[in-house]
Design a protein around this ligand. Structure first.
Ligand SMILES: Cc1cc2nc3c(=O)[nH]c(=O)nc-3n(C[C@H](O)[C@H](O)[C@H](O)COP(=O)(O)OP(=O)(O)OC[C@H]3O[C@@H](n4cnc5c(N)ncnc54)[C@H](O)[C@@H]3O)c2cc1C
Length: 371
């Protein structure tokens, strides 16, 4: 008999959400995490926005899981007092030329079942007098959440239901006997093995590496991840009231565009940009040299912010399935039965809206393993 019924690799918000969900009926579950604590990577380096589900292609996993996950998340937050605010959002067209694109985003969001309102310039300015706008989309269901409080809740729920979270445990090898998985674990240089009937790979930035440990050719499978860093700049406190909700531009290139965010300390921040990292080298520094480019991007939507008002803040890294310049890809969430890896689920390319979708992803994974 295997040591565990389920092993989850990675204790980010997605791994923890899966642990909290599955341990309710399957308490013989372990989460193995290489860091000293859960949630220290992408899950604590993001915008903490509860996305409404506006931009993603209708029918895609991102669209479906974001819409479902958002509803479940608001419900959970209200029930368990997890810090959140349904702060709402505007997407602003900064010129007449951007209006057709704004309308296309509106129709896409409506097709995803998201309640939205198209506002003319005057109506948008009544809500946000300090923005640059020729018209906007109002999204009433967009909000912000404390990712830390959410992860604390998920961790304690899994723990209370009998699951274990093992920190300092990095998975470095995986073998499958046809009946159970044997995982090689590195704990401060000390190697050991655990066995498990089922395995969920929720290793975030390293999910492709973990998938490769099972023998999957990640290039053939389309699982190779590319790191796209996103940096943020904070605005001087005297200007933190220039906007009162999240303000996004009409996206120009990759990503949603540098946008205005309000964090839990009441600070106004702008970000994230998109910077592909050479050779996937992790780097969380925010370069002062980006100040001018940020200033320009920000003034497109909030003209009163000057370069001197900005100071470098945090950065996070997205695991993207597309290379720079390629069209966006959907989440990959796959039970690898057809690759003869029965009971093995890969989650690859879980970039935004992974935080919003975490509870719905957990439900989806449960369906893949137990339906
Ligand atoms: C700049 C930025 C802004 C974003 N903004 C938003 C937003 O506003 N709203 C939203 O919904 N989403 C947002 N996202 C996306 C969201 O943050 C991610 O989708 C989500 O955090 C992914 O969670 P995860 O658990 O999959 O990954 P992670 O949080 O990266 O967790 C994976 C865990 O696996 C562990 N691990 C890796 N390899 C191993 C191994 N071999 N053995 C053991 N453990 C291992 C890691 O240490 C890590 O703790 C943003 C992302 C970025 C980068």
């Amino acid at each position: 008999m295997a040591d565990f019924e389920i092993t989850i690799i990675g204790a980010g918000v997605v791994g923890l959400a899966i642990a909290a969900r599955l341990s309710e009926r399957h308490p013989n579950l372990v989460v193995v995490e290489k860091n000293e604590k859960y949630g220290l990577e992408t899950s604590s380096r993001n915008s903490e926005v509860i996305h409404a589900g506006i931009y993603y292609p209708p029918g895609s996993l991102k669209a479906r899981l974001c819409v479902q996950g958002r509803e479940e998340l608001y419900h959970l937050c209200r029930r368990h007092n997890i810090a959140h605010r349904q702060i709402t959002k505007l997407i602003t067209a900064t010129s007449q030329e951007e209006l057709p694109k704004l309308e296309a985003i509106y129709h896409n969001g409506r097709e995803n079942g998201v309640p939205l309102e198209l506002l003319d310039r005057e109506a948008a300015l009544r809500l946000e007098p300090n923005i640059q706008t020729a018209g906007a989309i109002f999204s009433p269901l967009t909000g912000i959440i404390s990712a830390h409080e959410l992860m604390d809740y998920l961790y304690h729920t899994a723990f209370r239901q009998g699951a274990t979270v093992q920190h300092h445990c990095e998975v470095v090898g995986i073998e499958f006997s046809g009946r159970e998985y044997s995982l090689e674990i590195d704990e401060h240089g000390h190697r050991s093995r655990i066995t498990s009937e089922k395995v969920v790979n929720a290793a975030g930035l390293f999910a492709d590496r973990v998938a490769a440990m099972t023998g999957i050719d990640i290039d053939k499978a389309g699982y190779r991840q590319y790191f796209a860093k996103g940096s943020y700049f904070a605005v001087t406190p005297s200007k933190s009231n220039v906007v009162s909700r999240l303000i996004y531009p009409v996206p120009l290139n990759e990503g949603l565009g540098v946008h205005a965010l309000l964090d839990w300390g009441g600070r106004l921040k702008f970000g994230p940009d998109v910077e592909y990292l050479v050779d996937n080298r992790i780097d969380y520094t925010v370069s002062e040299q980006k100040r001018a480019a940020f200033g320009n991007a920000i003034r497109r939507i909030v003209p009163t912010i000057r370069d001197e008002d900005l100071s470098p803040d945090l950065a996070g890294i997205r695991p993207k399935l597309q290379k720079k310049g390629e069209p966006p890809r959907d989440f990959v969430i796959a039970h690898e039965r057809e690759r003869r890896l029965v009971g093995f689920v890969n989650l690859i390319g879980i970039d935004s809206p992974g935080l919003t979708s975490a509870l719905a992803i957990a439900r989806y994974v449960e369906g893949l393993l137990y339906d």
